[in-house]
Ligand binder design. Structure first.
Ligand code: SF4
Length: 369
């Protein structure tokens, strides 16, 4: 296949570029817990956690997760509820569900050894081209590209690539770029060095070109276009949803919580009862009607919400008005809802927005135990 946008690679001294990048990486790489060894399982967990999440946030999660589930076997056999709890706060929960499903498959089908070929590893749930490339190169030393937004930004600048990185088809261009420049002697360090360069030097805004180890090779630097690259068109169609949620207590101070459906957004996570608002009635009234319809309970809610929570997903924003209220102790038993004490609330895996709700409730004088 012909890649006209990669013409600048031909004008680059690739051997020198590799050396400059790798020498810098050896000296400057951060001391991160998943770099202590090249255990494919740990590389896998770290790469899944690092998708959409900052390194500083991931470090304590990674350490706790590996302590709790140190091996493929431990994660494969763990209860889903415990795994979700360990992930609580990291968001994008489908990542950990897919990880556990894939780890189970590795445990059962491949004798607990993470596959080392592109074909097999790519067939695992949640393992896309980036993750498979990262595991194969970092853990097994296979010269495979591991291209994410970070790497696309760095390469678009170094080799003056003007393809729109918001388009899914552009990934192929950058994968081809990596295939042409990757160090065959040390693909593990090479891919990590590109990622590290993007995290520390060639950052999204204000790249630190004067400190950059590959500045001599960088076409955007020489052309003065580093601030214009990468090309990334804006995503459209962000959907806004207005919800009302209730933190309801019984006389004895128990709180009503419910489990989300088994599939779809935030599947199986716990939350406070809530409903999407139609926009036609008063939120409080709509919420009370919902509680009566869904739970058969009469509730008395405060007049005004005690908190307004916003949560932004990649394609969707939730604006939640949160009301405090009371209800009769007897809630008809339902499979996916529970009455729990306020200490017990903390033992359940909640979505991030509902963790925020609980935090606010406590701040606002939640005083039952
Ligand atoms: Fe990025 Fe500047 Fe380095 Fe080029 S010289 S790779 S734009 S930091």
């Amino acid at each position: 296949m012909n890649f006209p946008s990669l013409d600048h690679i031909e004008k680059t001294d690739i051997t020198q570029f590799q050396q400059d990048l790798l020498n810098w990486y050896k000296e400057e790489k951060r001391d991160l817990p998943w770099r202590y060894d090249q255990d494919p399982y740990k590389v896998w967990v770290s790469e899944i956690m690092l998708q959409q999440t900052r390194v500083d946030t991931v470090i304590p999660y990674f350490e706790r997760f590996i302590e709790q589930f140190p091996t493929i076997e431990a994660l494969a056999e763990a209860e889903e509820e415990k795994v979700l709890k360990a992930w609580e706060g990291l968001g994008y929960y489908s990542r950990v569900r897919n990880l556990q499903a894939a780890v189970k498959e590795v445990h059962e089908q491949y004798g607990g050894k993470v596959p080392d070929t592109k074909e097999v590893i790519s067939s695992l749930k949640g393992v896309g081209p980036y993750t498979s490339g990262a595991i194969l190169s970092i853990a097994y030393g296979v010269p495979e590209p591991a291209v994410d937004g970070n790497v696309m930004r760095v390469l678009s600048r170094i080799f003056s690539i003007w393809d729109d990185i918001a388009k899914a088809s552009t990934r192929k261009v950058f994968e081809e770029a990596v295939r042409r420049i990757i160090s065959k002697e040390d693909p593990s360090s090479f891919n990590q060095a590109l990622m590290e360069l993007g995290a520390l030097i060639c950052t999204p805004t204000s790249p630190a070109c004067l400190l950059c180890p590959v500045r001599d090779h960088c076409h955007a630097f020489h052309e003065g276009t580093a601030d214009e690259l990468p090309i990334k068109t804006k995503k459209k169609n962000m959907r806004h949803v207005h919800l009302a949620a209730a933190v309801l207590q019984t006389e004895g101070g128990e709180v009503l919580i419910q489990k989300r459906p088994e599939s779809g957004l935030l599947a199986n996570l716990w939350e406070f009862p809530n409903t999407e608002l139609s926009g036609h009635g008063h939120p409080k009234v709509e919420l009370e009607l919902f509680l009566e319809r869904e739970y058969g309970i009469e509730s008395t809610l405060d007049k005004e919400p005690f908190a307004k929570i916003q949560h932004v997903f990649s394609h969707l924003t939730w604006d939640i008005d949160v009301y405090k209220g009371t209800m009769a102790s007897s809630v008809p038993a339902r499979e996916r809802s529970r009455l729990v004490s306020s200490e017990e609330v903390e033992q359940y895996a909640f979505s991030v927005s509902h963790q925020k709700i609980w935090k606010q409730a406590k701040k606002n004088g939640w005083n039952h135990s």
